[in-house]
Ligand binder design. Sequence first.
Ligand code: AFP
Length: 339
Amino acid sequence: MDHAADAMRTDLMTITRHVLNEQSKFPEARGDLTILLNNIVLGCKFVCSSVSKAGLAKLIGLAGETNVQGEEQKKLDVLSNDVFINALVSSGRTNVLVSEENEDAIFVEPSKRGRYCVVFDPLDGSSNIDCGVSIGTIFGIYMLKEGASGTVEDVLQPGTAMLAAGYCMYGSSCTLVLSTGAGVNGFTLDPSLGEFILTHPDIKIPKKGKIYSVNEGNAKHWDGPTTKYVENAKFPKDGSSPKSLRYIGSMVADVHRTLLYGGIFMYPGDKKSPKGKLRVLYEVFPMSFLVEQAGGQSFTGKQRSLDLVPAHIHDRSPIFLGSYDDVEEIKALYAAESA
Ligand code: AFP
């Protein structure tokens, strides 16, 4: 980033301005999605500020612990969940919410209800908080179907029914990546302005990458196609260079790198956990939506990830996402196995 040039820049594309521009392409739009997204952005700013102060404020620790002043402290993931629920409900535009932190779906009270359902993981990768590794919030947005009253069935929809999805990464900078179904854009929080500024317009994932990203500690339990893919990545038979391995263990950070640099991110099913680890509604779907919008692919080992229909709000699925050609390769290995 050219900071000197930045200081001179006077025409800033903030996320609000960007979303309003998108809205203006739909004359029938009432601005509800814009208001909802604004509230999500507010939640992200709040969590970003809490994450960056976590060490200082002693926010880290077990939920219910007390700090040196004897005050009750909330663990960061509990705090983030409260922040997002409040931001979403107070937007007056939501109906059914699903959070990674809540066992059951949340039904917004009638006076505050709107037309949107939001699925989210308020602080994904929270086991990384204590060592300062990037973590993030992931979200996906559905619209209630015509005549729907707001039940759990309204969120048990395939990923193809999602209207918008995004994540906010709390790392060396705070970056929000968003798609409302017309490409993917990345915004970086300018702390001095308190605004997310468009810094990564129209993100396109490279068609083929040089990186694979997976928890290799699980290799003992992998199925044939995953094992073969990783073997080929390390010892390519076509004379190409081996791929690099990068794995942070924080989905937002691993997917963010994959979007920008290309390659493949995998959390496969294995003999111990046939459905893998990652949750369909608020991890697999939003990230698959973004990767497809950026020109990549997302596959479960059996089908396109966005075609899944979850039976329960916390269902899991294997996932292979990233550069188009790299996902083609794993698809071919699964096809060969079932042939
Ligand atoms: P935590 O929230 O428990 O840290 O889990 C993070 C996560 O859901 C996702 O962000 C990572 O991609 C994945 O789990 C890492 O899982 P492994 O630790 O099993 O590799």
